[in-house]
Design a protein around this ligand. Structure first.
Ligand SMILES: [Zn+2]
Length: 259
């Protein structure tokens, strides 16, 4: 037995746990926008309503075993299911390896799960449910008393994240007479601010704007759609926040070093 194998054990166990959590995130993604309970009843096929048996609920493997179709009504199962499960598994494994066990790991995983759910719901429904963002602000602030970024930076992150987007939303509305950003985006960036603090909140907004602009331009240049068909901003906030929580501190060190 080499030394590397036992060291790989905990991240692998974390990844397996992540796959199970990912399966629950799929339930949230499907039910929250439909205002249904996420704990009851058991999962069923959205088409024929047949309740799923235990092996159909096994993350990723269930999808593979069924070859992507309901075994009763043959309705295709969305690719979102195995993708969310695999992504959450990778996130849990990588975060364990990167942060090590502790409160920071718990805080970052909770944020990551919220971001995955918000990303998927905003992409499909152009909606960022309060059921995720509002408790998210409270959870991020509570964690900040015991781990990064500390409660002062967390509080500033809530005010700055929410305040900046509120100001941008207001300015956009006055200029264009239509809603560009919703209150969901405001609450989402406040939540991100609570978890990662004010500096990385600025980074999140910057990274979200850059990736939003890049994809918007690509959509226009490739004639896949105009300005109006641009993706919802919450999806870019999720990408920006994920970048902030991982490469953000490195980028800030480098950027501030330039001065
Ligand atoms: Zn079915």
């Amino acid at each position: 037995m080499t030394g590397a194998l036992p060291a790989a054990g905990p991240p692998v166990v974390a990844a397996l746990l992540g796959a199970i959590v990912g399966s629950f995130l799929n339930v949230c993604i499907y039910r929250l926008p439909r205002r249904r309970s996420v704990v009851w009843p058991a999962s069923a096929c959205p088409n024929c309503r047949r309740e799923l048996s235990w092996y159909e609920n096994v993350p990723v493997a269930g999808f593979v075993a069924l070859r992507g179709r309901c075994r009763t009504c043959r309705q295709p199962i969305g690719w979102r299911y195995p993708i969310v499960e695999a992504l959450t598994a990778i996130m849990f494994g990588a975060a364990w390896w990167y942060y090590g066990p502790g409160l920071l790991l718990a805080s970052r995983l909770l944020l990551g799960c919220a971001l995955i759910v918000l990303f998927a719901i905003d992409l499909e429904h152009q909606l960022l449910p309060n059921a995720i963002t509002v408790p998210g602000v409270a959870a991020g602030f509570a964690f900040s008393f015991f781990t990064e970024p500390g409660w002062i930076s967390s509080l500033l992150g809530i005010l700055l994240g929410g305040g900046l987007l509120l100001a941008i939303a207001e300015a956009y509305y006055r200029l264009r007479r239509e809603e560009g950003l919703g209150m969901g985006d405001v609450k989402m960036l406040a939540m991100v601010g609570a978890f990662i603090g004010w500096k990385l909140t600025l980074f999140t907004l910057m990274a979200a704007s850059f990736s939003g602009t890049a994809i918007g331009l690509w959509l226009i240049v490739s004639r896949r759609g105009g300005m109006k068909s641009a993706l919802p901003f919450g999806t870019f906030l999720a990408i920006g926040a994920a970048m902030a929580a991982t490469v953000g501190p490195m980028f800030l060190d480098w950027y501030l070093g330039l001065w």
